[in-house]
Design a protein around this ligand. Structure first.
Ligand SMILES: Nc1ncnc2c1ncn2[C@@H]1O[C@H](COP(=O)(O)OP(=O)(O)O)[C@@H](O)[C@H]1O
Ligand SMILES: [Mg+2]
Length: 396
């Protein structure tokens, strides 16, 4: 395949290893400086220029987008997506993972366990928010920090309040998070490629530091992952739309607590700690998937008027419970079930003989009118009324 690695650091360990792994496997690989692309929307089709000239055809890209160029970098990746070029990490995945709040919001929807987190803006809501996550000591995080910078441990509520107010006054948004004391300055980094963890390490913070980032002096050691950690890492990466990701987890009393999903994980620490060829695993995965460029399913499936995607919940009392999917009447109503979600289990392409249970969630594609009747009623949209003659109450 012809592969472009998007990177501003051709000499750094990770880029060099990825390039070497691709070359060793006989691929045609180029490292291209992300900031030298031009997004070209002048012609009939989306196109890209590189160093001012039209870019030649590539089969796949591997984005290694630094934190300081997220906006431009994800725009370039998005353009490759519009051109049907395969990328293991989607542009929306990179964007969403860069913002710790966004990532937390998305992951919590899918029952990924994370340290208790809150986000507030008004001063009066600060103390209740800190108390909601278990009180002091409490962790405060800048939304877009990296390498441990912008992660603060506040020893008591007064200090926490002062820090947050100071940050708010300089227009910085922060997360308030439970301090997971039992993890004792250690965390787990799992390197996910596709649907498996290819390497994992434990990072241990230096001295009385609580942040285990290698950039903060943390040391690394290989670790054999517990299946619960492996499952949490893979699921988190998949939900974020990242097929190559470094998932950071704390070891909580009840199992893994996912902290963040990194879209451009460094390879030096993990390859050195585990002696595993992570770069090779990434290149092999891309080679294997290159025929499946990213498709925005909702976008593509809603092009036919009147058709769309919806989730239908089989309520416990519904007459669908106990029926086979083939006898549920959905097919006759032109509704296709793409996947069945049952608790944490997912059954893709469920068969007609699958028996429905209460609280099953069916991801469907079909006629919106037909599906509407099966979705619990929301309040009808009101017609827009005329503004009253006296729109505001009279002053006394
Ligand atoms: N809630 C927490 N409880 C305990 N330690 C934490 C918590 N959040 C972060 N840490 C420590 O701080 C480090 C950096 O936090 P993280 O959210 O990963 O930010 P960054 O993006 O800067 O790496 C983590 O690797 C972990 O060691
Ligand atoms: Mg981290």
């Amino acid at each position: 395949m012809k592969l472009a690695i998007l990177s501003r650091a051709p000499r750094c360990y990770s880029t060099q290893r990825l390039r070497a792994a691709a070359t060793a496997r006989g691929h045609d690989v180029k490292v291209l400086d992300t900031l030298r692309f031009g997004i070209d929307l002048t012609g009939d089709e989306p196109d890209l220029t590189f160093r001012g000239k039209r870019l030649s055809t590539y089969d796949a890209v591997l984005p290694r987008i630094g934190n300081s160029i997220t906006y431009f970098g994800t725009a370039v990746v998005r353009q490759f997506e519009q051109m049907d070029v395969y990328t293991p990490n989607s542009s929306y995945g990179i964007t969403n993972s860069r913002d710790k709040l966004r990532a937390t919001q998305i992951l919590s929807r899918h029952k990924i366990v994370m340290p208790a987190t809150t986000f507030v803006r008004n001063r009066a809501d600060l103390v209740p928010a800190i108390e909601r996550v278990g009180g002091a000591p409490v962790v405060i995080k800048l939304l877009e920090g990296t390498q441990g910078i912008g992660v603060i441990l506040a020893p008591d509520i007064k200090v926490a309040e002062a820090i947050i107010e100071t940050l708010h006054s300089t227009k910085q948004n922060v997360l308030i998070q439970r301090f997971v004391k039992e993890s004792k300055g250690r965390d787990i980094r799992a390197l996910v490629v596709g649907d498996r963890v290819v390497a994992a390490m434990r990072r241990v913070a230096q001295g009385d530091e609580f942040r285990s980032n290698v950039h903060r002096g943390g040391s690394v050691e290989p670790v054999a992952l517990d299946p619960a950690f492996e499952a949490a890492a893979v699921k988190s990466a998949q939900i974020m739309g990242l097929r190559v990701a470094g998932v950071d987890m704390l070891e909580g009393n009840d199992g893994p607590l996912v902290m963040e999903v990194n879209s451009s994980p460094g390879l030096e620490g993990i390859e050195t700690a585990t002696k595993l060829d992570v770069a090779g695993a990434i290149i092999d995965y891309i080679d294997n998937q290159v025929a499946f460029p990213e498709i925005d399913v909702r976008q593509r499936l809603t092009v036919s008027t009147g058709y769309g995607v919806a989730e239908i919940v089989v309520h416990a009392g519904s007459d669908m419970v106990g029926k086979k999917l083939g006898d549920s009447g959905l097919d006759e109503r032109d509704i296709n079930v793409l996947a069945l979600h049952r608790g944490t289990q997912v059954i893709p392409n469920p068969r007609n003989k699958t028996v429905l249970e209460g609280e099953d969630r069916l991801l469907c594609f079909g006629k919106l009118e037909e599906m509407r009747s099966m979705i619990p009623l929301r309040k009808k949209r009101q017609r827009v009324k005329r503004l009253p003659k006296t729109p505001l109450p009279a002053d006394d």
